[in-house]
Design a protein around this ligand. Structure first.
Ligand SMILES: NC(=O)c1ccc[n+]([C@@H]2O[C@H](COP(=O)([O-])OP(=O)(O)OC[C@H]3O[C@@H](n4cnc5c(N)ncnc54)[C@H](O)[C@@H]3O)[C@@H](O)[C@H]2O)c1
Length: 381
């Protein structure tokens, strides 16, 4: 048995690779990455708050285990992907490689095109390599995003819902109402994966990943830490808020902050991918990988309180003009029954926030040095 993990050097991919190694004792595990995430963060002038090993050091660490390979390559190259699939014949693919930042994809025409080309061609290459190599029983597990749903005024179903129109009725995929060129790249991926499933029978687990929050997992910590970004482009809201609080900078809420956003802890995110890898694929299954929605102002308050409890710091919550085009008031209700069957009771967000503070506190100086990266140019705290 072989499990192929794309994006294995990433924030989620690295802990997934380590947990797979811990969980599966006989399987061969192959991690792939082109290390682009390291370059993007450098390009926008920031750094990971946690110290992470270089690609060569990470390769050395995992290859010591014996059954693990760490391959460098770009998934937008058809030749590379075909070689990968032909040589390793994966039974399972956990596809995590992507340019994952919405604000980065919105910078310019070049970034929007780059993001969609990178994400969509990588996924298409993998799907076609499975087809061309006669591997259509491979369980294709892909990270998409809860962002594809947009912000509808009704409970968000897990991928599909029943529609009644002019006397007819059907179960159909939920419409894509994404709010950035990055999120649209995931909508395009979903369309292509659904097509590959319908036309070729490829079993797909489409994991709609929420805002992943946390700094460590059982395996990815200390020397084996995963990255932790806190800048405007690559830091998710929870990570930015925690980094701001840690150095006594105001927690900057965009606009009113009354919109509910879905969250998931890093631990549950990683665990559910590994849990899916234990199973054979079956149809086209969608998992809303989230513990539920929390309003941004409530998240800010939660982090403000945690900063006081964990590190004895009093920080201010400040509202700044919203650099995003989005609803600032929204009651998000999102169903997650399929996901809950994978992890049981999701881990508490407060636990993940505690874990973040204890992990990044020793790296306070790094965050202090890059605090001008918290907000985009033109937005002052
Ligand atoms: N972190 C989140 O909050 C979040 C939320 C929703 C969805 N997701 C999705 O989860 C997946 C993993 O996200 P992440 O936060 O770990 O991001 P990440 O950027 O840390 O990881 C993605 C990895 O893929 C690699 N990669 C990108 N393009 C590649 C290519 N063409 N060839 C080879 N490798 C390539 C990058 O170098 C990076 O290491 C992505 O698909 C992302 O869109 C993440």
């Amino acid at each position: 048995m072989t499990i192929l993990v794309t994006g294995a050097d990433g924030y989620i991919g690295w802990p997934v690779l380590l947990k797979l190694a811990e969980t599966f004792s006989d399987e061969r595990i192959v991690g792939v990455d082109n290390f682009a995430r390291r370059r993007w963060v450098e390009e926008i002038g920031s750094v990971s708050a946690t110290e992470i090993l270089s690609p060569a050091e990470r390769r050395k660490k995992v290859e010591k285990i014996g059954r693990i390979s760490f391959v460098e390559g770009d998934l937008t190259s058809k030749e590379f992907v075909n070689m990968l699939v032909r040589v390793y014949q994966p039974d399972t693919i956990i596809h995590l490689a992507a340019q994952p930042s919405a604000p980065y994809s919105q910078i310019s025409w070049e970034k929007a095109v780059y993001t969609q080309f990178n994400n969509n061609i990588s996924t298409l290459n993998l799907l076609w390599a499975l087809k061309e190599n006669g591997l259509l029983d491979t369980h294709f597990i892909a990270a998409t995003t809860t962002g594809v749903y947009g912000a509808p005024e009704y409970p968000i179903p897990e991928g599909f819902y029943e529609v009644e129109y002019k006397g007819g009725r059907d179960i159909v995929p939920h419409p894509h109402m994404a709010g950035s060129f990055y999120h649209m790249s995931k909508c395009n991926d979903i369309n292509n994966m659904f097509l590959a499933h319908k036309q070729w029978g490829l079993p797909v687990s489409d994991v709609r990943v929420a805002i992943v929050t946390g700094a460590t997992t059982e395996e990815a910590k200390n020397e084996l830490s995963t990255r932790f970004d806190f800048d405007f482009y690559f830091g998710v809201v929870t990570h930015r808020f925690c980094a701001q609080a840690l150095i006594g900078y105001p927690i900057t809420v965009y606009g009113k902050g009354l919109q509910g956003k879905p969250f998931v802890t890093l631990k549950d995110c990683v665990e559910s991918f590994v849990e899916l890898a234990k199973r054979d694929g079956d149809g086209y299954r969608v998992y809303n990988q989230t513990l539920g929605a929390v309003k941004i102002v409530d998240l800010a308050r939660m982090i403000q309180e945690a900063a006081e409890e964990e590190i004895g710091l009093e920080v201010e919550v400040k509202h700044v003009p919203n650099p995003r085009v989005e609803k600032e008031e929204h009651e998000m209700v999102i169903e997650n029954e399929n996901f809950r069957k994978l992890v049981g009771k999701p881990t508490d967000l407060k636990e993940a926030i505690k874990d973040i503070f204890s992990t990044i506190e020793p790296r306070k100086k790094v965050i202090e040095a890059y605090k001008d990266r918290f907000l985009p140019k033109g937005l002052k705290k």
